[in-house]
Design a protein around this ligand. Structure first.
Ligand SMILES: C[S@@+](CC[C@H](N)C(=O)[O-])C[C@H]1O[C@@H](n2cnc3c(N)ncnc32)[C@H](O)[C@@H]1O
Length: 533
């Protein structure tokens, strides 16, 4: 098969923002890189499978004008669409790999997300009717994230003449002697996001449109301090260097800010480097802007090889403050006006540790959980919250009068410590029981759960992207034999959600409708809610 395919018409969008086209023989071409429906594109084939072909976007020849009326919120925004509009050519130049949908107005983004959800449930739709409720938008489209993870790194790009010379076999020394420079771009201290499609290059960011002004101010100040320290960034290729990641977590409703600086400290061995590190830490401690704006500062000592903030050996040390922040969810907009619920009882506060999951769009989470509560309606009995994180869904439900007692199960130990604390600070500790375990092994790890899980009126499942483990599906089917509970399924991956729901329907659950909620504006991600009977 040819490597390059030209002039394909993208007719649909699927999960992961993948553009879908067809070959003359009817085979599907799944295109990564931001190809939108209605555009005509050139692509490079990366994998040919029996039934479909995987490809990367190379060029956009014609675009769908109806989709392109968005005003990018970010100065670092890179889009093949904009490139084409400005230059007549589409080339991948320096550009942040995030938020590819900024070219679209928000209405168009929401329509595409509805299409992604419907596409994901396509197989089940052939077997039964499904109502796809109109998607609910995010209250904020800018500055909506309460958590962001920047990477430190380098950005080196060979000069084109130098690259060609080397390719033709001329030794590097000769090319340099001819006066050619080796790199067109040679930045050795960047802090930002990975370049579109290239994980070894970090695009330097001065501000991010997805976080608040306060978070951006702290980010840019910290970046200056790190750069001025003289300590090197960690190089993912050589595994040398100090600075790895910078994570900011903000309580949008509480104005608290947590900084988590991830560093590798096992390769700074010279006395000079150790001294620089000590000086840098002293400076962080004394810095007036950080003292004023940052509630707590932790440092993650991470000497693992993988490019992640935390691996099994990472040691998180609290550098200043408590090492955690709080966030409050306010559900007053979802409480019926005639209900005599005191205003403070429609608010739930959560402590969040550096490693605990918390929904990244606080105001969006209020809408997500509030809508889920309305969809659940009245229940009798207790709540079982699997994949419960720091307890955010189960505790919110209890606080608003849904369910008598709560059992929560979550794999991350720190999140369970937070969940127990959160039950306490919301006055719910006597009605809650949390365990740290994989959901699929909970009865093996904690046989006492059999006793605790009684009179179930509602099961909440909000799993990671991979969806439910087969043991969990089996367990839910068995539990259904005992109790007539409602099942709330919340997911950030409509593909695995549809797969799981199909299995649950085979096990006797009834399923009617899906509600899309946008928690991630300017990206292809979409959250879904369904309540099964
Ligand atoms: C999408 S988050 C939802 C968390 C929580 N319900 C919330 O909304 O804040 C998924 C959670 O599942 C947890 N998790 C991942 N694999 C798990 C497993 N096998 N068993 C239990 N929890 C798991 C993650 O640590 C994460 O907290």
């Amino acid at each position: 098969m040819q490597k390059i395919l030209k002039g394909l018409t993208v007719y649909k969008i699927g999960y992961g923002g993948i553009g879908i086209a067809r070959l003359p023989d009817g085979k599907k071409v799944l295109i990564k890189g931001g190809a939108l429906p209605g555009s005509i594109v050139d692509v490079r084939i990366v994998k040919a499978k029996k039934d479909y072909v995987e490809a990367h976007l190379l060029a956009i020849k014609k675009q769908n004008p109806e989709l392109l009326s968005g005003v990018p919120i970010c100065q670092h925004f890179f889009s093949p669409f904009l490139q084409e509009q400005e230059t007549g050519l589409q080339e991948y130049e320096i550009g942040c790999g995030g938020c590819k949908w900024q070219v679209m107005n928000y209405e168009a983004q929401l329509k595409l997300k509805e299409a992604i959800v419907e596409d994901a449930f396509g197989k089940l739709l052939k077997k039964q009717e499904i109502t796809f409720l109109p998607i609910i938008g995010s209250p904020l489209q800018k500055g909506y994230r309460n958590k962001i993870e920047f990477s430190f790194g380098v950005y080196k790009q060979l000069d084109e003449a130098f690259r060609k010379g080397k390719k033709s076999g001329i030794p590097e020394a000769d090319l340099l002697a001819q006066g050619l420079k080796k790199y067109a771009i040679d930045a050795d201290f960047n802090l930002g996001f990975h370049k579109q499609g290239e994980f070894s290059k970090i695009v330097d960011i001065s501000a991010c449109g997805l976080i608040t002004e306060k978070a951006n101010q702290v980010f840019s100040h910290l970046k200056q301090l790190c750069k001025a320290s003289g300590l090197p960034v960690y190089d993912q290729k050589t595994h040398q260097g100090f600075f790895r990641h910078l994570v900011l977590r903000e309580g949008i409703n509480t104005a608290q800010l947590l900084v988590n600086l991830s560093v590798a400290d096992n390769n700074l061995t010279s006395q000079e480097e150790t001294q620089l590190r000590e000086q840098f830490l002293e400076q962080l401690k004394a810095d007036p802007l950080l003292k004023e704006q940052v509630s707590t500062f932790v440092i993650s000592y991470n000497n693992g090889l993988a490019d992640i903030v935390r691996n099994a050996e990472t040691e998180i040390k609290t550098f200043r403050g408590e090492g955690t922040i709080h966030e409050t969810l306010d559900f007053s907009a979802f409480v019926p006006a005639d209900e005599e619920l005191k205003p403070e009882l429609s608010k739930v506060t959560f402590r969040i540790s550096p490693s605990s999951f918390f929904q990244t769009n606080t105001l969006g989470a209020q809408r997500l959980f509030g809508t889920a509560m309305q969809m659940i309606g009245h229940i009798e009995g207790n709540v079982l919250d699997l994949y419960c994180g720091a307890g955010s869904i189960g505790l919110s439900l209890l606080r608003l009068g849904i369910g008598k007692e709560l059992v929560g199960v979550e794999i991350v130990e720190e999140a369970i410590v937070d969940a127990r604390h959160n039950a306490k600070i919301n006055g719910l500790q006597d009605r809650c029981f949390f365990v740290a375990s994989p959901a699929e092994k909970m009865l093996i790890n904690f046989p006492e759960l059999k006793e605790k899980i009684q009179n179930v009126g509602l099961v909440v499942i909000d799993p990671p992207r991979e969806g439910l483990h087969p043991n969990v599906i089996k367990y839910l089917a068995e539990l259904k034999q005992q109790y007539a509970f409602k099942l709330l399924y919340i997911s950030c991956n409509p593909i695995t959600m549809a797969r799981d729901i199909e299995l649950l329907v085979e096990e006797g659950f009834s399923f009617k409708q899906v509600q899309g909620v946008d928690m991630f504006c300017h990206t292809h991600h979409v959250e879904c809610i369904s309540v099964l009977g």
